[in-house]
Design a protein around this ligand. Structure first.
Ligand SMILES: C[S@@+](CC[C@H](N)C(=O)[O-])C[C@H]1O[C@@H](n2cnc3c(N)ncnc32)[C@H](O)[C@@H]1O
Length: 233
């Protein structure tokens, strides 16, 4: 996997900052293999919201994910870089679009990835985004999120500091707004009949990071779930 990851980074040349970002992120961040493991059992189309330069698409294809992939991000330069790198790597069924999530949710049925983005949205927008993401899950699909959770401690203080630094360096166009509470997420997923798991995903890094996976089971029969109510008998 290490050699493959280095090959992935080369697709971002000659954009040196993106090349080095890809190399360092892929080598140090357990996110991409973690999401690959979550999606190993499904080939439902994946919508990656706030996809950045599209590293996830490369990492997923390297791990055998065969579903269609659409990555959207507000940042035109990152989307341009993502498109060039995916074309160079000859990724099939991978597309990128510039899209501001403040202006609505892209049409989609399948799985959804929300990786390091929810905390950058204002609270109302977070709620709307999560509801729209859950509504778009098809049977067998997964909502996979990475975020810090609101638990006071040094890890959250460090994570908030790094998220603020990303804003100062203009890697991000906004700073962190609110880190979700685990209880709120658990209640939301339960209301929609989703099976959710929360796993720490800090690896050896000092972040307050969690990999959260909410799955819509194929034979869900929760009568309070609006998706179940719509299903024919
Ligand atoms: C920390 S980066 C995460 C990138 C990617 N998900 C990853 O983990 O490799 C957050 C991304 O969210 C994007 N973003 C922030 N606000 C957005 C919005 N309103 N609509 C779409 N994308 C947004 C940023 O441009 C940035 O690329």
């Amino acid at each position: 996997m290490v050699i493959v990851l280095r090959d992935i980074a080369r697709n971002y040349l000659p954009r040196k900052p993106h090349y080095w970002y890809a190399r360092i992120k892929l080598a140090t961040d357990p996110l991409y293999t973690g999401v690959g493991a979550v999606l190993a059992e499904t080939c439902e189309p994946l919508l990656d919201l706030g996809c950045g330069i599209g590293l996830l698409a490369h990492a997923l294809r390297a791990q055998g994910f065969s579903g269609r992939y659409l990555g959207v991000d507000i940042d035109e330069e990152k989307i341009a870089s993502a498109r060039t790198a995916a074309a160079r790597a000859r990724l099939i069924g991978v597309h990128f679009e510039t899209h501001d999530l403040a202006h609505g949710f892209p049409a989609h049925r399948g799985s959804v990835a929300l990786l390091d983005i929810v905390q950058f949205l204002p609270p109302d927008a977070q709620d709307a985004l999560l509801e729209a993401a859950i509504a778009s899950l098809s049977p067998g699909a997964v909502l996979v999120m990475r975020t810090g959770l609101h638990r006071e401690g040094w890890r959250l203080r460090f994570t908030r500091g790094v998220d603020r630094f990303a804003r100062i360096t203009r890697w991000m166009n906004v700073g962190p707004q609110r880190y979700p509470r685990r209880e709120d997420l658990e209640q939301r997923f339960a209301r929609h009949g989703l099976n959710a798991t929360f796993a720490p995903l800090s690896g050896r890094l000092p972040f307050e990071n969690w990999l959260i996976c909410a799955r819509r089971e194929i034979a869900s029969s929760n009568p309070s779930d609006p998706m179940t109510a719509l299903k024919p008998d």
